[in-house]
Design a protein around this ligand. Sequence first.
Ligand SMILES: NC(=O)c1ccc[n+]([C@@H]2O[C@H](COP(=O)([O-])OP(=O)(O)OC[C@H]3O[C@@H](n4cnc5c(N)ncnc54)[C@H](O)[C@@H]3O)[C@@H](O)[C@H]2O)c1
Length: 435
Amino acid sequence: MHIAVIGTGYVGLVSGAGLADFGMMVTCVDIDENKIKRLKKGEIPFYEPGLDILVIKNIKAGRLEFTTDLAKAVKNSLVIFICVGTPSLSDGSADLSQIKEVALSLAEVLDEYKVIVTKSTVPVGTNRWIKQLIDNNKKTDAAVDVISNPEFLREGNAVEDFMHPDRVIIGGESAYAIAIIKDIYRPLYLAETPFIITNLETAELIKYASNAFLATKISFINEIANFCEKVGADVTLVAKGMGLDPRIGAKFLNPGPGFGGSCFPKDVKALIKQGRQLSSPFKILEAVIDINDRQKIRAVEKLESFLGDLKNKIIAVLGLSFKPNTSDVRESPALTLIPVLIQKGAKVKAFDPVAMEEFKRTVGNITVDYARSPEEAVKGADAMVILTEWNEFRFLELPKIKNLMKNPLLIDMRNIYEPEIVKKLGFSYAGIGRS
Ligand SMILES: NC(=O)c1ccc[n+]([C@@H]2O[C@H](COP(=O)([O-])OP(=O)(O)OC[C@H]3O[C@@H](n4cnc5c(N)ncnc54)[C@H](O)[C@@H]3O)[C@@H](O)[C@H]2O)c1
C-alpha cells in the first residue's frame, strides 16, 4: 500500500514513520524545503524521543521517503493523510487555510480514486467541506472518499502513542474507504486496540471533546489548588484522594502554571467559537480558558508576595517548553510569564534542556539571558521559578543552588519539591495549592 502524508510536523512525521513501520510505503510531503532536506538525511527538525530511530530505520528499509513534490507523492498513493497545521485565528476559530491549500492542490492533481484521510484536528463539518472543495475543483472525474481519523498522540511520547494508541477513530461514509483505513491499521486491530467506526461529524467531535475535557480537568484542579492556598489544604493530597475514585481517575489532576502546547488552547477556543456560532455555547469551556489565562501569571503574584516590586530583581526561569520531553514552546506558560516579568522591570535568566532555540525564535528580541545550565541560570538570582517538570529539575543540588542564588526563593509551579525539605535547606518556598 502506498501512502502520502502531507505536512511533516509532529503529527505527520510520527504518523508517516509509524505507518512505514507497519509495512506501508510512505512518502511524506512538506512545503518547507529545508525541513525536507534535513529529513532526507535522517535529521529530525524537532525534539521527540525515539523518533530519529524510527525514521532512520524506515528510510533504510526503503519504506519512508520525503519530498516537496505533492503531485508525485499523490499520484503514487491510494491514501493521502492530511497532517498540516490548524492554528488559532485571532477570534479563536481554527485557521483552515493550510487545509484548504492542500485540498485545492489535491483537486489539481487527482487522476484516479483516492481516500483522503484528515488527521489534522478540524472543526465539525470540515471533512464534508474538504470533499466538496475537491469535488468542485477537480480536473478529472476521479472519485474521492474522505475519512476523519483524528490523532491523539502526545508530544514527548508521540512514537509510543502512535504505535500503541488507546483507540483508533475512523469517521466516514464509504464502507470501502473505511475498510482500506482499517486495513492500514491492521497491526493495531490485531493487538486489540479499540476501533470506533462512525460518521464524519462524530469522529471530528471525539477529538475536540477529548481535548476540551482534559483541559477542563486541568483548569478544575488549578482552581481547587488556588482555593487550597486560601483554606490551608494541600492540593496534592486532595488530587490523590479524588483520583482514587475510578470515576474521576488520577490523571490530569496535577496543578501547574496552566496548560499550553499546540492543541489544548487552540482546540478549546475553536470548540467555543463553533458552539457560539451554532447557538450552543460552551460556558464551561469559556471558564476553562479564563482560568488558564490567569494561571499562567500566578507565578508573578507569588514572586511579588515574597519580593515586593520586581523591578531590577533577577528571576531564573527553569523550563520553557510547555511540557517535558519536547522542544515545542507553542502557548507555553513561559511565553506568557516571561514578557510580564520583563514588563515589571525584572531581569530574566532562563534555562531549558532542549527548547531554548525554539523559544528564542518564537519571542524574537525580548531581552532574556539564556543560561547553559540550571546552575548558571540561578547565579545571583532573587528567585528561581520552575515552570516545566523536566527530570533534570527534579534532582537539583539544592544546597549548591542556594549558595549560588542571591536570595534563596523557590517558586515551584509544578510541585516537584517537598516544601518542608526545601525550607529546611534554607529556602523560601511556594508551590501551587500548598498553603
Ligand atoms: N502536535 C500534537 O501533539 C498534535 C496531536 C494531535 C493532533 N494534532 C493536530 O495535528 C495537526 C498538525 O499538528 P502538528 O503539531 O504536527 O503541526 P506542525 O505545525 O508541527 O506541522 C505542520 C506541517 O505542515 C506543513 N504544511 C503546511 N502547509 C502545507 C502544505 N500546503 N503542503 C505540505 N505541507 C504543509 C508545515 O510546513 C509543517 O511542517 C494540527 O491540526 C494539530 O491540532 C497535533
